[in-house]
Design a protein around this ligand. Structure first.
Ligand code: MTE
Length: 320
């Protein structure tokens, strides 16, 4: 693991969570037979330091315009359609016995080093966990700032060694109709899938998250591992991943299949391109209270400097 000097995109406080602490925490829950219930029972206001995680996350709050979203809001206001359509449904329904441990993730497709990993071994293989405070902008025009734990997606690409014909990555969420009632219906083309181009995947900002606020992800946020692409609308961040595949063609994605005129493949945050049914110029800040407000939405969600180069020459209106 290495710690770099602060980069332009870094919101303050990029404390590093060691991978042994992270794995230790999952192991602790397993060893004591507490599993997810224990995670859920932990008081959400418990100091992050309780289990040896860094507790110095609040520096971000001193920066004008950057305030971390309270943990309670991040856990209770979710989109995870496998578990229901209302914002409180994922918390309520994904914690009724659905097991996200043990968990296997498979890396496959056009790469020379495919592999099937227990998720804790996967984290070890990529060299551990770091912490990043990222803006999170949903296509529904609300936003949060989340302190994620995880690692750069580029590390997985480097480990898997894509073949020359690989041009995209496809991400596949879990499929478990036995335990997930919504997946027994045909309303959505399950499993949830998403995709990125290979250059997007190796951009330094593309991230696989395994925790929030120094604690392992809870089910409603996509335990045990999910994609985070902070310059794109939140739906690109497929949760509870079971596969990442290197592919030659632009992969099908769930939302693009559902409504291609509303949800493009690129889905870069862009206040200049409205959703057909609402404006994307501003966003409601979750956790800021009823009058706490709205703020202008930034192009590429504020990460233009880091990612605009990926789209040089591309018409972002056509390729929304
Ligand atoms: N992943 C899966 N598997 N299923 C989903 O319904 N919703 C997406 C994304 N990932 C979704 C998903 C959407 S629309 C958003 S905004 C984010 O997850 C929400 O992440 P959060 O609930 O952790 O804020």
């Amino acid at each position: 693991m290495y710690i770099r000097n602060k980069l332009s995109w870094q919101l303050p406080d990029s404390a590093v969570t060691s991978q042994s602490n992270y794995v230790g925490r999952r192991q602790f829950l397993r060893t004591f037979g507490l599993g997810l219930a224990a995670g859920a029972l932990l008081p959400s206001v418990a100091p992050a330091a309780t289990f040896g995680f860094p507790d110095s996350l609040n520096a971000a709050e001193s920066l004008p315009g950057v305030k971390l979203t309270p943990y309670d809001n991040i856990l209770a206001y979710n989109n995870f359609y496998e578990w229901g359509l209302e914002k409180g449904d994922p918390k309520e329904n994904s914690n009724n016995g659905w097991k996200t441990e043990p968990w296997t993730i498979e890396i496959g497709g056009m790469c020379t080093k495919p592999g099937k990993y227990d998720v804790d071994d996967f984290i070890k293989a990529v060299g551990g966990i770091e912490q990043r405070n990222y803006r999170h902008r949903c296509v529904e025009a609300w936003s949060m700032v989340i302190p994620w734990d995880g690692f750069a997606l580029s590390k997985v690409v480097a480990m898997a060694q894509p073949k020359p014909e690989a041009k995209y990555l496809q991400f596949t969420s879990f499929m478990d109709p036995k335990n997930c009632p919504a997946q027994r219906s045909q309303d959505f083309p399950w499993p949830y899938t998403e995709g990125l181009t290979l250059p997007e995947s190796t951009n330094e900002l593309a991230f696989l998250a395994t925790g929030i606020y120094g604690k392992p992800l809870l089910n409603q946020n996509g335990a045990p591992i999910r994609l985070v692409v902070p310059w794109k609308y939140g739906f690109k961040g497929a949760k509870s991943l079971v596969r990442i595949d290197f592919v030659a063609q632009q992969p099908k994605t769930l939302w693009n299949q559902m409504a291609p005129n509303e949800y493009g493949f690129y889905a870069n945050v862009n206040p200049g391109v409205d959703h057909p049914r609402w404006s994307q110029k501003t966003e409601r800040i979750i956790g800021a209270g009823f009058f706490g407000g709205r703020q202008p939405t930034l192009k590429f969600n504020g990460y233009e400097k880091e990612v605009a180069g990926l789209y040089a020459g591309l018409d972002l209106r056509q390729n929304f």
